[in-house]
Design a protein around this ligand. Structure first.
Ligand code: FES
Length: 152
């Protein structure tokens, strides 16, 4: 088995890396991301995490603002069904994001730019896989360009 290539000055930097905003519930997904870090599980460093008390707390306007401020993708992650610390927050979140994805599609934004996932506090490896998958998909889709003048 050969060693992975070592980056050096002759290794070209990627032309573009997606900016991803991640809204993670405090009780499950944030702890799962923390576990990935403390377990030293490697994954793409494209996600800027915003900790929220519950995925149900994420207002769709927060997601739209993230896109407007330059995010190429948004990831919302919460407790598994039945595990929400506020009983039904993640069910409300799921319903809101199904509707929001349809709205994004309607206004011409690729709905794959918004991802919802369930990651528990013990799923550091799953968190890493979700981030890798979302990053890879956004690399395929390309950058999101928000046109303030409405020409896009
Ligand atoms: Fe985690 Fe509600 S507390 S989704």
């Amino acid at each position: 088995m050969s060693d992975p290539p070592v980056p050096n000055e002759s290794t070209p930097a990627p032309a573009w890396e997606p900016n991803i905003v991640g809204f993670l519930c405090n009780w499950c997904s944030y702890a799962g991301a923390d576990l990935a870090g403390t377990s030293r599980i490697p994954y793409a460093c494209n996600v800027r995490i915003i900790r929220v008390p519950c995925s149900g707390r994420v207002d769709p306007l927060m997601i739209l603002r993230a896109f407007r401020e330059g995010a190429d993708g948004v990831l919302v992650s919460g407790c598994h069904p039945g595990d929400c610390h506020y009983i039904e927050g993640n069910y409300y979140a799921r319903r809101k994001f199904i509707a929001l994805k349809q709205l994004l599609d309607h206004v011409g934004v690729d709905p794959r730019r918004l991802r919802f996932s369930w990651v528990s506090a013990s799923e550091g490896r799953k968190w890493a896989e979700v981030v890798e998958t979302v990053t890879r998909e956004l690399l395929e889709i390309g950058p999101y360009r928000y046109d303030r003048d409405g020409d896009d």
